[in-house]
Design a protein around this ligand. Structure first.
Ligand code: FES
Length: 151
């Protein structure tokens, strides 16, 4: 769906459509660009500050683009017991960013998540939908290197 058809799908000046409209914009762009938020505010008939208020309230919305590789680090109990904090710290230090951030070159984002249902192979991370288990700081280094080589 392109930008115009997204807006065309929503009746103007209907504030109840704010969240679904934001969801569609984020689906299209991968995040919510500022100029799109201005258009959304205009379309639904709310001040931009109200739209920002909603966007920052719900953590499903992103104001910055995600990296090409999204690394989800499981922080559930089983993974925690098996050292997921050390895994997270290793990834953060390899990439020079914290969980919730994206590298400047837009190659990597780090997110923390609750149990991903793969406790038997804890500690677990998921990179773009692929599961990696039984991780150590050394295997993390290798995985990140492989991603960087693929670019
Ligand atoms: S706690 Fe990490 S997969 Fe279950």
């Amino acid at each position: 769906m392109n930008e115009q058809s997204i807006f065309d799908a929503y009746s103007p000046k209907d504030t109840s459509l704010l969240i679904p409209l934001l969801q569609d914009i984020q689906e299209e762009y991968g995040y919510l660009p500022e100029d799109q938020l201005e258009k959304v505010a205009d379309h639904v008939g709310l001040p931009l500050s109200r739209v920002y208020g909603v966007v920052t309230f719900y953590n499903q919305f992103r104001l910055k683009p995600l990296g090409k590789y999204v690394i989800k680090v499981c922080r559930g109990t089983a993974c925690h017991v098996k050292g997921s904090l050390e895994i997270l710290r290793t990834i953060e230090s390899e990439l020079g960013i914290k969980a919730g951030d994206t590298t400047k070159d837009l190659l990597f984002s780090i997110e923390t998540v609750a149990c991903m249902g793969a406790c038997s192979i804890a500690p677990v991370i998921v990179i773009n939908g692929n599961y990696y288990g039984g991780l150590t700081p050394k295997s993390i280094h290798k995985l990140i290197k492989q991603c960087k080589e693929r670019g």
